[in-house]
Design a protein around this ligand. Structure first.
Ligand code: AMP
Ligand code: TRP
Length: 325
């Protein structure tokens, strides 16, 4: 069983990334041969600063190890270290429809927010499809916001197979049961996001315990006082999801436990649960980040393994498409 996921080195990672990303990566690495990629090539599709990309790449790599990815078990690497990714994206462009890319909601949202809309932002899903398809991936652990991109990757793979012969395995997305879409703490009708929302709206992976408590205690809640999920209670529903992710308890059990107890105690307990999860991760992260030599060594090892694993698929793609080799 092959597992693949990617995460962008843009900005500070938050609890939504923990829920839809990191946490699932660690769980799935037990199930087979897993590849986790810091997708730096994706990050240049919106305005960015080269020096920040450099640091953010190392930050994110350290975070992947800090959350519990084990370099002996999983392959953790940087996308630009393995040239097959850029090549696969170009080849797959031949079987991707302009109309398909135009329908991507993430493109619509992100392009609205940019003054300069790059061609790369539009073709971004092809690069992502290549990431996944190069490894003959079975499972892709992701958050809900990536569902449409994953479906497109399957369509692109199927079209390649139909046109050039069976070459690529079609992957399946896996989404967490609770916490597939963590919402902003201040504006619970939009997702917690690196690029939008206020500082107080997101708990960062590296926030101090004091700051985590402050952010969760001042999270926007709703009228009423019952701790239960409901369409008209987006703030409390989100905190229940966060509690479920942090404590591992199902949302129903959380609702039952806080029946009749009001918002105050519940929020304090959510904060404690989140602090408990993030504190050891933060300590390991700071440790790793202070040793860039070790980090570079681990990433070079990952790149080597990723090159070997992706090479056969890229070669078959070139051959089937009729290139001379
Ligand atoms: P990104 O930081 O955009 O590269 O996202 C990395 C992973 O985190 C992807 O699998 C996303 O689906 C997931 N993710 C991002 N934001 C959220 C959120 N608010 N809730 C749950 N998962 C998320
Ligand atoms: N587009 C994904 C995101 O923004 C990141 C990503 C790139 C990815 N390539 C991938 C996720 C391959 C899963 C598999 O979150």
């Amino acid at each position: 069983m092959r597992i693949f996921s990617g995460i962008q080195p843009t900005g500070a990672k938050h609890f939504g990334n923990y829920s839809g990303g990191f946490r699932q990566y660690v769980a799935t690495q037990e199930q087979g041969e897993a590849f986790f990629c810091v997708v730096d090539l994706h990050s240049i599709t919106v305005d960015y600063k080269p020096q920040e990309l450099h640091e953010a790449t190392l930050d994110l790599a350290a975070m992947l190890f800090a959350v519990g990815l084990d370099p002996r078990r999983s392959t953790v690497f940087v996308q630009s270290h393995v040239s097959a990714h850029a090549e696969a994206a170009w080849l797959l462009g031949a079987v991707t429809g302009f109309g398909e890319l135009r329908r991507m909601t993430q493109f619509k949202d992100k392009s609205d927010a940019q003054e300069f809309v790059s061609a790369g932002l539009f073709t971004y899903p092809i690069l992502m499809a290549g990431d996944i398809l190069l490894y003959q991936t079975d499972l892709v652990p992701i958050g809900d916001d990536q569902r449409q991109h994953l479906e497109l990757a399957r369509d692109i793979g199927a079209r390649f197979n139909a046109r050039f012969g069976e070459t690529l395995k079609l992957p399946r997305g896996i989404y967490p049961e609770a916490g597939a879409r963590i919402m902003d703490l201040q504006e619970p009708d939009r997702k917690m996001s690196t690029s939008t929302g206020s500082e107080m709206g997101k708990v960062l992976m590296v926030d101090s315990p004091e700051l985590i408590k402050k952010k969760l205690m001042s999270a926007v809640t709703d009228i009423g006082r019952e701790v239960r999920r409901a369409g008209d209670k987006p703030g409390i529903s989100n905190l229940i999801e966060i509690m479920s992710v942090a404590s591992g308890e199902p949302p129903d059990a959380i609702e039952a436990r806080y029946d009749g107890s009001g918002y105050g105690r519940f929020k304090a307990d959510v904060a404690d649960a989140v602090v408990e999860v993030l504190t050891p991760i933060r300590a390991r992260y700071l440790d790793l980040r202070s040793d860039p030599g070790e980090l570079h060594r681990l990433l070079a090892e990952g790149a080597e393994k990723a090159r070997a694993a992706s090479h056969p698929t890229l070669t078959s793609m070139y051959e089937r498409m009729g290139f001379t080799r």
